[in-house]
Design a protein around this ligand. Structure first.
Ligand SMILES: Nc1nc2c(ncn2[C@@H]2O[C@H](COP(=O)(O)OP(=O)(O)OP(=O)(O)O)[C@@H](O)[C@H]2O)c(=O)[nH]1
Length: 497
């Protein structure tokens, strides 16, 4: 996934720093420089990166680090907050209401994926019972109307456009009026793609906006836009009142940092992301789970939703129980792999697990990842009876050389591959051990919990080890004050809804 590399680099920088015995200014600076480099390489705008560095330095108190508090958590929290700050302008965008007509205008650079996104947006709402309609006000690109017509027909969404009319303002106004009469509640106006140098096209966009009076203007941006993102986004914002952003092509391998810059330039929230060419490859965007996943902190709630979606109901309590016991055995890894293979888009599921950065299971390389998992499973399958007992034991040391060799022979794999599988197991076991004692709420319970929870309640949900690290209930209270809400806290720990 886009930005995955950035997440990986940041996590590594934090890890390196927390490995140091003494954290002094030099070590902290090295860590921050590493993070800065990663952000710049990912095409985040220089000014933003500098600001972020200064802010982190202000927040992170060296004395706290020296006093032996959880260094990793303190730095990670500061970075988490700063990244969230860039992506979250602090005010929600206009939200259309079902049954009440809203006009939504889409703007963006040529080829950003605007037309595709208009249809995805319409389709997403249609599935939820809305009555969307599409208006093609792109008279500039030959074939634009045909493309929209084709997409709309496929999704069975009404559309409006013209092959002969060359005035986009006129088409837009007529289309909006037509669909208002037809009681459509989401009238989506697609405009032609433009570049900031094209003054005439910018003027035209302004006129369409003035004439249709959209309730919301959505800026569509290709995630691979790079360093130019900030200026481009700002140019759009200066001409029309952009109120939300949709970032497309998040499935690609682009650096993606430009997206962060563009969001900062428009000061508008990202509301959806496009993750493929198909109509349903479109996801609601939520800042905290996204940043959490980016930093390899996991999106516990997303993972839980997936579990509820895919793992058969009768197996859910057992699986969750095992996770909360924290005793991770090879057997659990095996079952987890089985579930993961069932859960579909593997990269997506993996990136939600705490400790798995999406770098490990990048989207677009699902086949590879899937093959790897299947290989691991064959090795586990081929364990001799004696070896099978080991599946239930959570001590990898019991896997001695002769056992490893037997497994390799039995599965027709190299010793190196068995060792790799065991390494993966050890890594996962370490991650899951942190989950020990975590009380896992049932679906839907988390929001109620986070609404009503105070530090006392929360201390009951958190694993004891984690609570200790924070400094007990008192430390938790302070942290909650700092973070502003329980929901944010749950996000930090990979929870929340
Ligand atoms: N992989 C991927 N491709 C996408 C995504 N969104 C759009 N595309 C592709 O990007 C290309 C351009 O998309 P369009 O919707 O035609 O772009 P546009 O912004 O309307 O183009 P103009 O009308 O020239 O402004 C098409 O090939 C789309 O299939 C996405 O999220 N992921």
């Amino acid at each position: 996934m886009v930005l995955a590399q950035l997440g990986g680099s940041i996590s590594r920088a934090i890890q390196q720093m927390s490995n140091a015995t003494i954290i002094d200014e030099k070590v902290l600076n090295e860590c921050l420089n590493e993070i800065t480099r990663a952000l710049l390489q990912a095409d985040v705008q220089f000014k933003l990166v500098r600001e972020m560095q200064t802010n982190i330095k202000k927040i992170v108190n060296l004395d706290d680090l020296a006093a032996g508090h959880n260094k990793r958590r303190i730095i990670q929290q500061a970075i988490f907050n700063e990244l969230c700050k860039i992506l979250d302008p602090g005010k929600p965008s206009f939200t259309p209401k079902k049954g009440k007509p809203s006009v939504i205008m889409f703007v963006g650079l040529q080829g950003s994926g605007k037309t595709t996104t208009c249809t995805k947006y319409a389709y997403y709402h249609q599935k939820k019972g809305w009555k969307p309609a599409l208006v093609c006000a792109d008279t500039f690109r030959a074939g634009a109307f045909d493309q929209l017509k084709q997409n709309a027909t496929k999704a069975k969404i009404p559309f409006y456009g013209s092959y002969t009319e060359s005035d986009p303002v006129r088409i837009a106004v007529e289309g909006v009026e037509t669909f208002k009469k037809e009681n459509c509640d989401l009238i989506i106006v697609d405009t032609s793609g433009r570049h900031k140098q094209e003054a005439a096209l910018f003027e035209e966009m302004r006129q369409v906006s003035e004439a249709t009076k959209p309730d919301l203007v959505i800026f569509v941006m290709d995630s691979s836009i790079g360093q130019a993102a900030f200026d481009q986004a700002q140019a759009f914002k200066q001409s029309v009142s952009v109120g939300a952003v949709i970032v497309t092509k998040m499935d690609g391998h682009a650096k993606g940092g430009g997206a962060l810059s563009a969001v900062a330039a428009t000061k508008s929230p990202v509301i959806f992301i496009g993750t493929g060419e198909h109509m349903d490859e479109f996801e609601v965007f939520d800042v905290k789970p996204f940043v959490s996943r980016l930093l390899g902190m996991g999106d516990w709630s997303g993972f839980m939703d997936k579990i509820h979606e895919v793992v058969p109901m009768d197996q859910q309590p057992e699986l969750l129980q095992k996770l909360s016991e924290g005793n991770f055995t090879l057997r659990i890894m095996y079952e987890q792999f089985q579930n993961i293979l069932k859960m579909g888009p593997i990269g997506q599921v993996f990136s939600m697990l705490p400790g798995f950065s999406s770098e490990l299971m990048p989207k677009g390389r699902e086949k590879e990842s899937q093959a790897k998992i299947k290989r691991y499973m064959t090795m586990m399958d081929s364990m001799t009876n004696e070896g099978k007992q080991l599946l239930f034991i959570s001590n990898p040391k019991l896997m001695n050389d002769s056992r490893i060799m037997r497994i390799a022979r039995g599965s027709g794999r190299q010793v190196r591959e068995v060792m790799e599988m065991l390494e993966e197991y050890k890594r996962l076991a370490k991650i899951w051990s942190k989950m020990k004692g975590l009380k896992i709420p049932k679906k839907g319970e988390m929001s109620a919990l986070s609404r009503n929870m105070n530090a006392q309640h929360m201390s009951k949900v958190l694993p004891q080890g984690m609570l200790k690290q924070i400094g007990g209930v008192g430390g938790l209270q302070n942290l909650m004050k700092q973070m502003g809400s329980t929901k944010d806290m749950m996000g930090m720990f990979g929870g929340g809804e």
